[in-house]
Design a protein around this ligand. Structure first.
Ligand code: AKB
Length: 318
């Protein structure tokens, strides 16, 4: 069945790739992108209908909802983990403000809300190997505090007001389109750019720090798979653990070096990113997502590395 999708915060790493994914599934006229930055809006407008919107402005946001009457809002507005630590008050204001507006408008205009959560919702006293779906959640970052609060608020809007809220806990997302910005897992994207440009890479994360990761096509599949899921099968909503691979910088370096033999990497560990990475799971257990809505990632580290290098060569060396 066709759906109208409003992607808010559409100019970021996930949004720019979610646009064509959703257009392919539901038709070009059924996807609307909302974005704050005028220059990014202009670029997006070559491919999709765009509204320049500050999602913290509830009245402006309401007028966009009234105009398009979406079936689903994808609320992708986020200040990520490392940037959040530089200005926690702004991170809270932006992350929670955009979510609250999305939920309130969804309640009033009867649509669903998908808001990504993150491995950042966990903290240093969470079991880090095979992190269970339902476990201790006491994050050590403002980003994580927002993610846990967002999960709870989204579940509250479902149980109290019947808003169809659904979410996944994304790991680090690796992609060759738009660069991520301000995250702890960004190294796993930056390293590929350096390798393709023939530069060496200085890694801010310790060589043996494991984190969950996922290639963008699997992340997009998770977004559409979960909103298409039969609600009667969902025992959880906000939010599902999902993962595709887990590796540390040393392992990713070895995988790239097998393909780019001259590539060099050194380490200058960023203590803020190190503390964040240490507090996050090494790998999550995503059994519930597999059982409740058929989550089934297809990209592993080798296939992902081949595809990243192939695409970045086209993008950067043409
Ligand atoms: C970050 O590193 O902050 C994000 C995330 C894992 O949520 N990429």
């Amino acid at each position: 069945m066709s759906k109208t999708i409003l992607i808010v915060g559409a100019g970021g790493q996930i949004g720019t790739e979610l646009i064509p994914h959703m257009q392919q599934l539901y038709g070009e006229d059924h996807v609307i992108a909302a974005e704050l930055r005028p220059q990014v809006c202009e670029k997006l407008s070559e491919k999709v209908r765009v509204e320049c919107l500050n999602a913290l402005d509830a009245r402006a946001y309401a007028s966009v909802i009234k105009k398009y009457r979406p079936d689903w809002i994808f609320n992708l507005v986020a200040v990520l983990s490392a940037t959040g630590e530089k200005d926690p008050q702004t991170a809270w204001h932006v992350n929670m403000g955009a979510l609250l507006n999305s939920l309130e408008l969804a309640r009033e205009y009867k649509c669903g809300v998908f808001t990504p959560s993150s491995i950042g919702a966990f903290g240093s006293n969470t079991p880090s190997n095979g992190t269970p779906q339902d476990t201790v959640m006491r994050p050590n970052t403002i980003y994580g505090v927002c993610k846990v609060s967002g999960e709870l608020l989204s579940d509250y809007y479902y149980s109290r007001f019947g808003v169809d809220t659904r979410s996944v806990r994304f790991p680090g997302i690796i992609s060759h389109g738009t660069l991520p910005g301000g995250g702890t897992t960004d190294y796993a994207v930056e390293i590929f750019y350096a390798a393709v440009k023939g530069e060496s890479y200085t890694c801010p994360i310790p060589h043996n720090s494991y984190m969950d990761m996922m290639y963008m096509p699997d992340a997009l599949q998770a977004c559409s798979g979960l909103i298409e899921a039969d609600p009667s099968r969902l025992k959880h909503r906000n939010s599902f653990n999902i993962t595709a691979m887990s590796f540390c910088p040393r392992e990713l370096y070895e995988v790239i070096r097998r393909r780019v033999p001259d590539f060099k990497m050194t380490y200058r560990v960023d203590p803020v990113k190190q503390a964040i990475a240490d507090s996050w799971p090494d790998y999550m257990d995503d059994t519930c997502a597999r059982e409740e809505w058929g989550w089934n990632p297809v990209w592993d580290i080798d296939a992902m590395a081949d595809d990243m290098l192939r695409n970045l060569k086209v993008k950067l060396l043409k």
